[in-house]
Write a protein that binds this ligand. Sequence first.
Ligand SMILES: Cc1ncc(COP(=O)(O)O)c(C=O)c1O
Length: 400
Amino acid sequence: MQLPQKHSAEGTTIFTVMSALAQQHSAINLSQGFPDFPVDQRLGQLLHEAVQEGFNQYAPMPGLPQLRQAISNDFSKRYGVDVNPDTEITITPGATYAIYTAFTSILQPGDEVIVLEPAYDSYIPNIETNGAKAITVPLISPSFKVDWNKVKDAISAKTKAIIVNTPHNPTGAIWTRQDWDQLAALVRNTDIIIVSDEVYEQLVFDGKEHYTVLQHAELRKRSFAIYSFGKVFNNTGWKIGYCIAPPDFTKAFRRIHQFLCFSVNTPAQYAIATYLSQPRLPDVAKMMQQKRDYFLDLLKKTPFKIYGPAAGSYFQTVSYEQISDMPDREFAEYLTKEYGVATIPISAFYLGKKDDKLIRFCFAKKEETLAKAVDRLSKLQPMVTNTHSSALLSGLTQQG
Ligand SMILES: Cc1ncc(COP(=O)(O)O)c(C=O)c1O
């Protein structure tokens, strides 16, 4: 029987492929973006408590009221924005689902969506499954800033949406207030909708700030803003996220959501609501920055080239152009099999598989995991002949 192909992505996602390869070769898994350290004990206890207290049946379709209220309070405290918990917040089984639901709420066959690449790998299949077309625009390598002229050129009468991701996976780049202003100028007087993937919103380093689309009064009116507790509470396996959008957008979102999963894991919602309402929560940005710094310091022992420290997220992207000529996917597989460290090739984040000889490490790991991985990587020898390999071998790792 011939079944339809709903999107153009081939086979299994790179995250599954690399994690499986890591397991097969007993490699240290710095590929997929998940922490290897435990969740805050208090959060675990609250989940247990939720089950004991009887929070075991279907939650209301938009999410537990106490969780939506806790999110509203949290956004008011941290970003100074008012979010109506009844009409603007919907709890979802993770951010990936929320992105898919946002696209499904708005896309019609023939629509176009602008995707800035490299991009998280679910966006384009989500767009295509809805019969729409992804129009890709490359970010400027290696800063991964937006080329606004290219975005402008990509806009057409068919453009229905632009998807934005800050802090950015895989590069760790973040958007400034000026970026949002540039975007606002381009979409003013159009009906273009913004889907803003902000799952790493609390993981911004070096005293920088995350600007959410919700702080931009003009853009907020045309945006779905999407978040994931998994990324900020280090419990990615709980798969709890949420979408914040204006009431008319939220209505459209819930029209789909109610027939897609209807409601989300009740005990986990209860646990997160109670946890979020505590007066003081652990400083996750500080903890993750320490890991980034520790990892960057260790990387000095390796011949990788680092264009700049990640400004946010779980990820550090590095160049191996002075180590090998291999295509990035082949190089990532080679590292897994021969050196026992799994990473993600950045070409996987491009529709056209653009290969800039970059790989992504996830540093949301225990220090001992990072140290063990870099110990293995420090044995790497440059294999290219026409570069400055001797300088690299003497330890002159570049760091910007
Ligand atoms: C940019 C980005 N968006 C969304 C997600 C998915 O989040 P969730 O696990 O809540 O579905 C991820 C996970 O890696 C991500 O990196």
